[in-house]
Design a protein around this ligand. Structure first.
Ligand SMILES: C[S@@+](CC[C@H](N)C(=O)[O-])C[C@H]1O[C@@H](n2cnc3c(N)ncnc32)[C@H](O)[C@@H]1O
Length: 402
C-alpha cells in the first residue's frame, strides 16, 4: 500500500508499506482504482482548479482523463543570482514553488502527483512530462516504479537557448519529454502516427523536436511588462503533443498549469482541459489567455488517419454483406493464381483452403501474405484488389455514423 502524507508546501512524505520489491508496485497502485469510472459531465471541464495538485487530483474520479501533460517544478536548486557579462541579472527560476528541502522531498512529491495522475488516467490514457537534467531522471525513475510504461523520450531542442554565461559548461539547449502509457500492457493509447507524418512532410516524425523558447507576442507579460511566468512553454510544443496523442473531445489534464499553455492549445484544437495551479496570478493570466482563443472549426480538426486507426473489417463480412459474391473467382494481379470465394469468407484454390492470407501465402510458397492486396477480382475488364471493396465498405460505414 502507498500512502502519501502531505505536510507543508514542498514537503511530502511517502509512507510505503509492503513495497520492498519493485514488482509489487503496480499491484499497489491498482489498489487506488476503486472509484467508479466518471461520466464526462462530472468533471470540471475547461476549468482551472486552484490549489495543490495532489489534493485537487484526489477529488477527480478514477479513469476519467485521456491525457496528462505535466510540467512540474524543476527543483533547480539555484543558489545566488546569475548575471550576464554586462552585469544584467538573468531571470532564473527561483520561485518558491520550485524549492524543495532535498532530493527525497522532491521524490516524495513526484511520486504523490504521479500516483494521482495514474489513478485518474483511463486505461487507454497516456502521460507526457517535461523536465530538465535537474529533475527528469528522478521523474522518469518514479514513473517507471509506479507502473507507467515509457513509450518514447523526446528532446525539445531549443533553437534560441540561453548561453552558459560563466562558460563553465555546455550551453543547455534542450529539455526532455517522457511519453508514457499507463502500463506495459496498455496497447490502445492514442498515437496519430499518420497525422504526425503528414505534419513532417511525409517523413516519420522523429524524437528530436526543434522549437524556439517562448518569446515575442506569445510570451505573456504582467502589468509592468515583465514575464508573467518564468517557464511559459511554447504553444507549438503543446500543439504537437496534443495532435500526436489525443483526439478532438478528449480530456487533457495539466496538474501544473502555470499560464495555461496546455489550456490555450487544447481549446484551439477542440480538446477539453482541466488545469490545476496554486498561484492566483498565473490562474488570472491563464484565464485571460484562454478566453481569447478561438477554437478551430470542427472539420479542420480531422487529421490524416492511417490504416491502423481504421476499424477492422473481416473478409467474411464483405461476403455476408453481399459485396463480394459467394463463388467469385479471385486472382493475383497477373492472373497466375486462382481461388474461389466460399460462403464463410474462406478461399478454395484447387483444394487448398483457408483465409485470404493463408491461401495467398501457400500458393506463393511464402510464410505470410497480405491477402487484401494479393487477391483481385475482375470488374469491367480490370483487375481490382479486394482491398478496394473493404475501403468502400469503411467509407460507407463512416458516412452512416456521421
Ligand atoms: C514549470 S511551471 C508550468 C508552466 C506552464 N507549463 C506554462 O506553460 O505556463 C510549474 C507550475 O506549477 C505550479 N505548481 C508548483 N507546485 C504545484 C503544486 N503542488 N500544485 C499545483 N501547482 C503547482 C507553479 O506555480 C508553476 O506555475
Amino acid at each position: 500500500m502507498v500512502t502519501v502524507v502531505r505536510r507543508t508546501h514542498g514537503e511530502y512524505q511517502l509512507r510505503i508499506e509492503y513495497l520492498t520489491m519493485q514488482a509489487s508496485v503496480p499491484a499497489a497502485v491498482a489498489g487506488a482504482y476503486q472509484r467508479p469510472a466518471a461520466s464526462p459531465s462530472s468533471l470540471p471541464l475547461d476549468r482551472i482548479l486552484k490549489g495543490d495538485c495532489v489534493a485537487a487530483l484526489e477529488q477527480l474520479p478514477a479513469e476519467s482523463v485521456d491525457l496528462v501533460f505535466a510540467d512540474p517544478p524543476y527543483n533547480l536548486q539555484l543558489t545566488g543570482e546569475l548575471h550576464r557579462p554586462d552585469q544584467s541579472r538573468v531571470d532564473g527560476v527561483n520561485d518558491h514553488w520550485d524549492q524543495f528541502a532535498d532530493f527525497s522531498a522532491y521524490d516524495a512529491f513526484t511520486r504523490a502527483w504521479l500516483l494521482q495522475c495514474r489513478r485518474v488516467l483511463k486505461p487507454t490514457g497516456a502521460l507526457w512530462v517535461i523536465g530538465s537534467y535537474h529533475n527528469i531522471f528522478r521523474v522518469g525513475a518514479s514513473l517507471q516504479n509506479l507502473g507507467f510504461w515509457i513509450l518514447n523520450d523526446v528532446i525539445w531542442v531549443k533553437s534560441n537557448p540561453m548561453p552558459n554565461f560563466r562558460g563553465m559548461r555546455f550551453t543547455n539547449a534542450h529539455e526532455t519529454l517522457i511519453w508514457a502509457a499507463k502500463s506495459a500492457d496498455a496497447k490502445k493509447y492514442t498515437f496519430n502516427y499518420d497525422a504526425l507524418k503528414t505534419a513532417n512532410d511525409g517523413l516519420q516524425m522523429r524524437s528530436d523536436w526543434a522549437f524556439p523558447l517562448c518569446t515575442g507576442a506569445e510570451r505573456l507579460k504582467d502589468s509592468k511588462g515583465k514575464k508573467a511566468h518564468p517557464t511559459q512553454k511554447p504553444e507549438g510544443l503543446l500543439h504537437r503533443i496534443l495532435l500526436s496523442s489525443s483526439r478532438p473531445g478528449d480530456v487533457v489534464l495539466d496538474p501544473f498549469f502555470g499560464t495555461g499553455t496546455t489550456g490555450a492549445v487544447a481549446k484551439r484544437l477542440g480538446r477539453h482541459f482541466i488545469g490545476v495551479e496554486r498561484e492566483q496570478a498565473y490562474i488570472d493570466a491563464a484565464n485571460a489567455r484562454i478566453e481569447a482563443v478561438t477554437p478551430a472549426q470542427d472539420t479542420a480538426l480531422n487529421v490524416t488517419e492511417g490504416k491502423r486507426a481504421q476499424p477492422r473489417v473481416a473478409f467474411g463480412t464483405l461476403v455476408e454483406q453481399g459485396l463480394i459474391a459467394i463463388g467469385t473467382e479471385l486472382t493475383d494481379v497477373k492472373g497466375r493464381h486462382r481461388a474461389v470465394v466460399r460462403a464463410d469468407g474462406s478461399l478454395d484454390a484447387n483444394g487448398r483452403t483457408g483465409s485470404i492470407h493463408k491461401v495467398g501465402a501457400a500458393l506463393q510458397g511464402l510464410e505470410a501474405c497480405n491477402g487484401w492486396t494479393f487477391w483481385h477480382f475482375e470488374e469491367a475488364g480490370d483487375r481490382k484488389p479486394i482491398d478496394a471493396v473493404r475501403a468502400a465498405f469503411r467509407g460507407r460505414a463512416k458516412t452512416n455514423a456521421a
